[in-house]
Design a protein around this ligand. Structure first.
Ligand code: ZN
Length: 314
């Protein structure tokens, strides 16, 4: 896949305005939600970095509540090379797997150290939009976690069309599930949006649209503060789909192949259909009408999720 998004110059943005590199915090001084928009949790996911850069360049400020913009994994971003974009997902370990008290108590990697810097900003937020993009060309989607309040928020926002309801990863906790965001009895809202392939300009358009919808829904900014183009909504005429992830397919070996060039969102009619092989062992769909979510072999090592099986629930 050719990378068609320019690498943003973050020389000014990485300074921040609140004592933490890459973090910008604006307080309207009026009551309202505290919104955190995060980008570059993965260093090669540039669409979010562009959205934050654009908002800073435009001087966007909250009319009520607070707005925090965070360029998260700058150490990984600094290694970004469009010709080898997979190599800069992280520096030492995945920043979206370190959000547990146990891992944060052992800051042995650059990502854990960075998570500790970001932690006060994560803790003070009651609404989080985490901007991501994907290893492969694939339809954009919300990753809602399992809490109904976040699924409802995704449905209120309307686009992207697909909402993926999943419990996260075996190998660690995501920022979007940390603390108040994962509290079943709490009120804090968190959505992660996967905007499409890392290098596809459409990922930038989706990231802008998702950010605009999220900000407007939270009412910290008003429509006249955002470009009209950001307020368009690709695919808003198509009904949304809520897909419950039932299990991940976790690689056991590096000798794993898919039996077709899956792009994601394919619905496999019959249970027991072979969709790939892991070291000679067939990977089969567990039930009828099984939807394949975010297939990718680009980060293939044993223990990594290469695909999720999901069932349509809405
Ligand atoms: Zn990501």
């Amino acid at each position: 896949m050719i990378f068609k998004i320019d690498t943003p110059d973050l020389t000014e943005e990485r300074v921040g305005n609140a004592g933490t590199p890459g973090v910008w915090h604006f307080d309207s001084g009026k009551p309202g939600p505290s919104v955190l928009i995060s980008a570059l949790i993965h260093g090669n996911e540039l669409c979010g970095a562009w959205v934050l850069k654009d908002m800073l360049a435009a001087g966007l400020r909250p009319r009520k509540g607070k707005l925090t913009l965070a360029f998260c994994n700058l150490a990984a971003f600094d290694r970004f090379d469009p010709l080898a974009h997979d190599a800069s997902r992280f520096a030492d370990e995945d920043l979206n797997r370190v959000w547990t008290e146990q891992k944060l108590a052992e800051p042995i990697t650059r990502e854990r150290q960075r998570a500790l810097e970001l932690l006060p900003w994560v803790k003070q937020a009651d609404r989080l939009l985490d901007l991501h993009s994907m290893h492969e060309p694939s339809p954009p989607l919300w990753v809602t976690g399992i809490l109904q309040r976040n699924i409802d928020l995704g449905l209120r926002l309307g686009v992207p069309r697909h909402l993926i309801v999943d419990a996260g990863h075996k190998d660690g906790t995501r920022m979007r599930d940390y603390g108040q965001f994962g509290d079943p009895d709490g009120k804090a809202l968190a959505l992660l949006v996967e905007c499409g392939f890392h290098g596809d300009p459409s990922s930038l358009r989706i990231a802008r649209q998702a950010t605009a919808q999220f900000l407007l829904e939270s009412a910290v900014v008003l429509p006249d503060q955002l470009p009209e183009e950001w307020q368009q909504r690709d695919g808003q005429d198509i009904a949304q789909q809520v897909l419950q992830v039932t299990q991940p397919v976790v690689a056991k070996t590096t000798n794993l192949t898919f039996s077709s060039a899956w792009r994601g969102m394919e619905c496999i009619e019959r249970a027991g259909t072979t969709i790939g092989m892991d070291d000679g062992v067939p990977i089969v769909t567990p039930y009828d009408n099984c939807v394949l979510v975010m297939p990718s072999l680009r980060q293939l090592v044993p223990g990594v999720t290469v695909l999720r099986f999901a069932r349509q629930v809405h």
